[in-house]
Design a protein around this ligand. Structure first.
Ligand SMILES: *[C@@H]1O[C@H](CO)[C@@H](O)[C@H](O)[C@H]1NC(C)=O
Ligand SMILES: [Zn+2]
Length: 491
């Protein structure tokens, strides 16, 4: 009997197969400050993709992201996705897309993590309690623009791989990253890039993981659907210049009156969409869905107090969630060209743009329905003014099957880290690229958020809690292990 040899073999086997979660989790805990500093460095960059003036910052952000991945030994590329045409006809360079790869063992599952490092605009004057680009820790909450959407989740994914490397543990799967800088303005240029790399970078990818959303409560969640988003401008143009309302009022058919008139025909006070075909295109809630929604942790009173309202459009949880996640709605965002300063300017503005969007359906269909409808309503007014309707963003909805193996792996990872079952939720917002990934690559997608329900995405005082950031990093570590157990043949 040759005991020493046997024990050596066992040792080798155990380093390959045993998942040393405790060691990895301890590593994450003991490097917490380093991770917070990394987030501070990223938040300090004003990578606002909506503001062309900030484009150099955005380029710097992409370069920093690439550099971080290069330093970890990844195969990194900054992919040129061309130029963006501005409304005035000028062009500006789009931020490059960062792709990276760690490991290329064909016997392993390959996951591709998608994230973005651009942010929504933010100014202290908007009502922030702290400087939006100076990460500030208050009672364990890290306040800063982009902290939760989506810089901390992207960093958490990078740190998850970094922890395996630091502990000399083999990655259980091959990990790829696609990180873009135009998400907040519609992922300009990314669709074409995914299509162009479908048979190269994406060819060996088994699953796509997106962590660009939030939990619904304090309970961790997995997200299996997002709504679409169609963003429109409607412009009413009247007299050739602004007019004194005392001198001309009463004789002129005013653009503002026309605009408000058509605006009030889109949705009624009880939330019913009046544009024909929009609501009807969404299937009614099934009994099964009703039961799923009923089981979700969602405190209506808490939700109301968080947003500071006494009444919502619906009173019960299931109706609220259904209208938040799966039914279309209309939101009116603003009126450009209207007088909005303090005081009493007596003017009839010559041209007004209504900025609004219709959520959910397939953009091409919505574009026609909305445009036709507004023109027909406008025609009934018999106004001499001119109406122009344009759709500037058309992002498709996305839906996955939460029973598939990819989601079972997610549930197992949540159990490992949080010792509870995740909520299975949908997201009212849009992650435009999800549908493209699904259609172009044919791969399954899982959305695994780590952001808190009260993170204030796109709003003042956006934050990421240390708890979510750090435990979320552990969740990703655990997930890489769980997803490696899915048989490649079952893809
Ligand atoms: C960020 O805020 C801290 C605390 O208020 C302050 O000490 C620091 O100087 C600020 N940093 C920058 C870059 O503004
Ligand atoms: Zn985001």
């Amino acid at each position: 009997m040759n005991l020493p040899v046997v024990s050596v073999i066992l040792l080798v086997v155990s380093t390959v197969h045993a998942f040393q979660y405790t060691e990895l989790a301890q590593y994450i805990d003991s490097h917490q400050e380093e991770y917070v500093e990394a987030l501070r460095d990223w938040v300090a960059i004003e990578s606002d993709s909506s503001n062309v003036q900030k484009r150099p910052e955005l380029h710097r952000m992409m370069e920093m992201t690439a550099q971080k991945l290069r330093l970890m030994g990844g195969t990194v590329e900054l992919v040129d996705i061309g130029e963006q045409e501005l409304p005035d006809g000028q062009t500006v360079t789009l931020p490059k897309v960062v792709t990276a790869q760690f490991g290329n063992d064909p016997s392993k599952v390959t996951v591709c993590v998608y994230g973005h490092v651009d942010v929504q605009p933010a100014k202290l004057e908007d009502g922030w309690a702290t400087e939006p680009y100076n990460l500030t820790d208050i009672n364990g909450n890290l306040y800063g623009r982009g902290a939760s959407d989506n810089k901390a989740p992207v960093l958490a994914w990078i740190h998850a791989v970094g922890a395996y490397q630091a502990l000399n543990m083999e990655l259980p799967v091959n990990v790829k990253y696609v990180i873009e800088g135009m998400e907040e303005t519609g992922s300009n240029g990314l669709d074409a890039m995914i299509l162009a790399q479908r048979d190269t970078f994406f060819s060996d990818v088994d699953y796509i993981i997106i962590s660009d959303c939030s939990w619904l409560s304090r309970r961790p969640a997995l997200t299996y659907g997002t709504r679409g988003n169609c963003y429109f401008f409607a412009e009413v143009e009247g007299p050739k210049q602004d007019l004194h309302s005392g001198v001309y009022g009463g004789t002129v058919i005013e653009p503002m009156t026309d605009l408000i008139g058509i605006l009030d025909t889109m949705i009624n006070p009880s939330g019913k969409i009046l544009i024909p075909g929009i609501r009807e295109a969404v299937a009614p809630l099934s009994d099964e869905e009703w039961k799923m929604y009923q089981d979700i942790e969602f405190d209506v009173e808490n939700y109301k107090s968080k947003i500071g309202v006494s009444h919502l459009m619906y009173t019960n949880k299931v109706d609220l969630l259904a209208h938040l996640w799966r039914y279309p709605t209309v939101t009116i965002h603003g009126i450009e060209g209207a007088f909005s300063d303090r005081g009493t300017k007596t003017v009839i503005p010559l041209r007004l743009s209504l900025i609004y969007h219709v959520i959910f359906l397939y953009p091409v269909v919505v574009m026609l329905q909305v445009t036709d409808y507004l023109h027909s309503v406008f025609a009934k007014r018999k106004s001499p003014n001119k109406l122009k309707v344009t759709m500037v963003i058309g992002a498709k909805p996305w839906l996955a099957d939460p029973q598939q193996a990819l989601y079972e792996a997610g549930k197992a990872a949540v159990r490992r880290v949080f010792d509870m079952e995740p909520d299975l939720i949908r997201e009212g917002g849009t992650i435009p690229i999800a549908k493209t990934f699904q259609d172009v690559t044919g791969k399954s997608i899982i959305m695994m958020p780590i952001g808190g329900f009260d993170d204030g995405l796109h709003s003042q005082n956006e934050k990421m809690s240390r708890y979510n950031y750090i435990e979320g990093t552990k969740l990703f570590i655990a997930y890489l292990n769980e997803v490696s157990k899915i048989q490649k043949t079952s893809v």
